[in-house]
Design a protein around this ligand. Sequence first.
Ligand SMILES: *Cc1c(COP(=O)(O)O)cnc(C)c1O
Length: 369
Amino acid sequence: MPAAGRDIVSELGCRTFINAAGTYTRLTASRMPDEVVAAIQVAATKFCDLNELQDRVGERIASRLECEAAMVSAGCASALTLGTAACVAGDDPDLIKRLPDTEGMKGEVIIQKGHRIGYDHAIRNTGITLIEVETREELEKAVNENTAMMAFINTKAPDGQIQHEEFVEIARAKGVPTLIDAAADIPPVDNLWRFTKMGFDLVAFSGGKGLRGPQSAGLLLGRKRLIAAARLNNSPNSDAVCRTNKVNKEELVGMLAALELYLDQDHEAVWADWEGRCDRIAEAVADVEGVSTETFVPELANAVPHLRVNWDAGARGLTPTQASDAMRDGEPSVEVRPGATKTLEIAVWMMNPGEEELVGKRLREVLTA
Ligand SMILES: *Cc1c(COP(=O)(O)O)cnc(C)c1O
């Protein structure tokens, strides 16, 4: 779909690039499919009651994902704050107004030490204190009358002793609600219902990563009572801790459009297309001496085909970081996966079709320069 509007990014001279990095927020993450942009454009011309639209969107999402209830949040981080606020202040109007002052409320959230990540700031935004535990025994002992919630970060599962089912089982026995952050864990598509069916009371996803909805949207799924409470702690209510996390009709309809498009796509065909892109980039450098490639799939977070490019940095006089910089500084500019310093890693899933040819060509030029 040709863009009819002003090209402000170019007007302002901001660098644009081929996204061979993946869904990184700093790099604007994902590109919404044309159908999603079109649905947003239509919604943008209409006024409606924001709560009514959130109700209807939530019902549709819950029915498609076979969970009790759902809402659209301002990203996964916002869903973490909302879910926590729902467990701390619930639907009590006085308590909702008091957050992030948790005095007189359950003010503790239990998390495994290995699950601590920067994004748990979103949980702490409600004013709660995180209680770190390592063993099952410590976890069971940590639960007390101040425990509001137990939090699990899916991508950190290997760094904790307690795995999903056991975590849920302990929480259930103690009567404590659970929240799982699965921000970047779609695909696989069945993660959209796996965690609610497993018994997590709240499940949070990014809307603008693998789902390719608006970058500023996310999903919070879970128990009817908790989603209703999360809504009360959210915008458009002004005296609420998440009034800072506004979603408007554009995010609401964009999120629903992206989710339905994603659910209805041929996942196997998309996967095969990604593998084909990796193969074509590998072919472009196949005869460069001393360079080898392998397609790999991260086990957790961004679990899609990526290409790893290996060479002897000393022999070639080129480190992976220097190669990444050269890709960025070239024409067209290409951003590869950040943070991969031992090898160069390429994500193919956020490229436009055909861009893998340009990436392969640039990679070959950089490696043979
Ligand atoms: C990306 C990410 C988030 C934040 O998601 P947003 O949708 O950008 O708010 C939270 N947790 C984890 C593990 C993530 O990877």
